[in-house]
Design a protein around this ligand. Structure first.
Ligand code: AHR
Length: 507
């Protein structure tokens, strides 16, 4: 039977401000992300500094607000001094099994980041690195002049400091796979002392602690989060969480429900933050927020051969992946009061929205929902009422070998909304139904919908449709606009689609 639904928008039901930092991305020294992705000096597509012009343009069009670097697992054995100055030192890269030339390092990353118009976000090495090394990195990048490493930067041709604000204290230090993996207590102490020297070097920096990324059955992620937050409650501004989901069993409806897992974890950690903040002494600084600083769909490349080496993690995405990505973004907006930063992992070639070869680049399916959100969804996130039919999932694993879950009452319509003072309202809707359109009354609880509403849709011929160098099967399409006048508009959301509606409410 046909499905109907209702969405109620109330501009007084405020969740919080959508932070533009949720539209961040990630560039790790891994596979073809840096070399032959962002940086390819021998390519005819490179600019005068060796960066791929097509990648820069696509990253600008994606409105990447902040870019995390240099890892990821890579950072836990990365020594930044190998990648600055004229004498670059090739190293064995242990996390992903490559030779790292170090041709691309701190200053090249900063050039690239400036070209795409993003803010930099650095991670320090808490595996084989020392607190001295982290301190010297901040001195090199952020101190104007005087001490040795600030002068070294100038000697390298960069007169002005880069003033990098965001720094994370290591990456996934709770993971047994991490080089230098620690238990929660040891990590928390090491992070606290590393933070101290970094903040003494530049008090303006903002620090991110490595929260739980390991949700396997034998791990105890909330213990990790508790110990880390307790120790660093007066020191850091964010707790980083990571999530990757997949569809290894080829169960569409299970897969489409995976953003709810992120939402559950967000709520769990939010409760913990609140409890610990009640004992914190942070002066004027706001309370700790969540940074989902790695998130994406990642499973085909994981299961295949390309886990390491030059072509590592070259995931190809389809429409159902794009719908899950839209679901993640909806979850960030719905939790805008606590999720203040997020990074799709990663930018190019490696589990990424862009894919290059020597002559060309194409945008994967997941590029389009991220672009629509990052172009339009700002302002105040609203608590939206959704009345839609639901489904229950089977029991399934999230990620590969991670925690088991079963989701009940998953609404076919997944919705978020934001509102600006000028009356602009953005409504993001994923129709998870695989076969049916859902005719929906969208009701304004306060004020009237007025004017022409723009409608953008990401969809494709079927849920497995992919893009490649020759064909774009999944992309954003502008649909005919809706004329609104009154407190209700009715719209039919097609099966397996993501739709963004941009309208106006006059109060
Ligand atoms: O993004 C790929 C990898 O996933 C990162 O290096 C690591 O942090 C995570 O496990």
């Amino acid at each position: 039977k046909a499905q109907n639904a209702r969405i109620k928008i109330d501009v007084d039901r405020i969740v919080g401000e959508v932070d533009s930092l949720i539209y961040g991305n990630f560039l790790e020294h891994l596979g073809r992300a840096v070399y032959s992705g962002a940086y390819d000096p021998d390519s005819p597509l490179a600019d005068e500094d060796g960066f791929r012009k097509d990648v820069i343009q696509a990253a600008k069009d994606l409105n990447v607000t902040q870019l995390r670097y240099p890892g990821g697992n890579f950072v836990s054995n990365y020594h930044w001094q190998d990648g600055v100055g004229s004498d670059r030192v090739p190293r064995m890269e242990l996390a992903w099994g490559r030779l790292e030339s170090n041709e691309f390092g701190t200053n090249e990353f900063m050039q690239f980041t400036n070209k795409i118009g993003a803010k930099p976000y650095f991670a320090v090495n808490m595996g084989t690195g020392t607190m001295t090394e982290a301190q010297r990195w901040v001195e090199y990048t952020n101190v104007e002049e005087g001490p040795y490493y600030a002068e070294l930067r100038k000697k390298h041709g960069y007169e002005e400091p880069w003033n990098i604000k965001y720094w994370s204290l290591g990456n996934e230090m709770d993971g047994f796979w991490q080089i230098g993996h620690l238990n929660a207590e040891d990590y928390a102490k090491k992070a606290r002392e590393t933070a101290k020297v970094m903040q003494l070097t530049d008090p303006a920096i903002s620090l991110i602690a490595a929260g739980a990324s390991n949700f396997r059955p034998d791990a105890n992620p909330m213990h990790w989060n508790r110990v880390v937050l307790e120790e660093l409650k007066n020191v850091v501004d964010y707790l980083a969480l990571h999530i990757y989901v997949g569809n290894p069993d080829n169960n569409y409806y299970n897969f489409l429900s995976t953003p709810l897992v992120l939402e559950e974890r967000t709520e769990l950690v939010e409760g913990l933050i609140r409890e610990i903040m009640s004992r914190a002494d942070r002066g004027d600084r706001p309370s700790i927020k969540i940074a989902w600083d790695e998130w994406n769909v990642w499973y085909r490349a994981r299961a295949g051969e390309s886990m390491s080496g030059e072509r590592a993690l070259e995931e190809r995405y389809n429409l159902e992946d794009a719908l899950v990505v839209a679901g993640f973004l909806n979850a960030f907006v719905r939790n805008a009061d606590i999720v203040k930063m997020a990074n799709m992992a990663q930018l190019v070639n490696v589990i990424a929205p862009m894919y290059t070869n020597e002559n060309d680049m194409f945008k994967q399916t997941i590029y389009y929902p991220l672009q629509l959100f990052s172009e339009h969804t700002y302002g105040t996130a609203l608590d939206v009422y959704v009345d839609s039919e639901t489904y229950d999932t089977e029991r399934f694993f999230v990620g590969l070998g991670e925690s088991q879950t079963q989701q009940s009452d998953v609404p076919y319509l997944d919705v978020s909304a934001s509102y600006k003072d000028n009356g602009e309202v953005i409504i993001n809707v994923v129709n998870r139904h695989k076969d049916k359109a859902i005719t929906t009354d969208i009701i304004s609880q306060k004020g009237k919908f007025t004017g022409g509403f723009k409608v953008y849709e990401v969809n494709g011929p079927d849920v497995k449709a992919q893009n490649n160098f020759e064909e774009t099967n999944v992309e954003t399409e502008e649909k005919s606009s809706i004329q609104a006048d009154g407190s209700k508009v009715t719209y039919s959301f097609p099966a397996h689609s993501y739709t963004l509606i941009k309208g106006k409410i006059t109060t």
